[in-house]
Design a binder for this molecule. Structure first.
Ligand code: FES
Ligand code: FES
Length: 149
């Protein structure tokens, strides 16, 4: 058993403490916006925020997330208003298949919190998520747009 606070709501999950957080979020709590891609911290599809920082949930044990504020893509909008990154994603029509995009958006939202006006070098150094559809150019444009919003 572990107690997780996800998107402001505390839930008990019945998993081994070493279970990756990703599986607790998806299979126990039923929030399936966070995706499984590689399982080895390479692709970023599973990115969530832990206490405001972007974390790849496929390699974080549930035990390490207890007592922390976990935010998933389902909790990024606030009070019915989309986060500015989500708004820019719509405006710039970033997603193609969409599979990587929840993780991409979570990584970008964390970047903009740390660096409100990121340079291309900041983006290249921080947004290492992999998109098999090749949306990288649209991602970059939408990040700059969100930074101006
Ligand atoms: S599934 Fe976590 S980084 Fe790929
Ligand atoms: S939009 Fe298809 S993998 Fe990124």
């Amino acid at each position: 058993m572990a107690r997780l606070t996800i998107n402001g709501k505390t839930t008990e999950v019945n998993v081994n403490p070493s279970t990756p957080l990703l599986w607790a979020i998806r299979e126990q709590v039923g929030l399936t916006g966070t995706k499984y891609g590689c399982g080895v911290a390479q692709c970023g599809a599973c990115t969530v925020h832990i206490d405001g920082k972007a974390v790849r949930s496929c390699i974080m044990p549930v035990a390490a997330a207890e007592g922390k504020q976990i935010t998933t893509i389902e909790g990024l909008a606030s009070g019915g208003t989309l986060h500015k990154v989500q708004q820019a994603w719509i405006e710039y029509q970033v997603p193609q298949c969409g599979y990587c995009q929840a993780g991409m958006i979570m990584a970008v939202a964390a970047l903009l919190k740390d660096k409100p006006k990121p340079t291309d070098a900041d983006i290249d150094g921080t947004i290492t998520n992999i998109c098999r559809c090749g949306t990288f150019q649209q991602v970059r444009e939408a990040i700059h747009a969100a930074a101006k919003a």
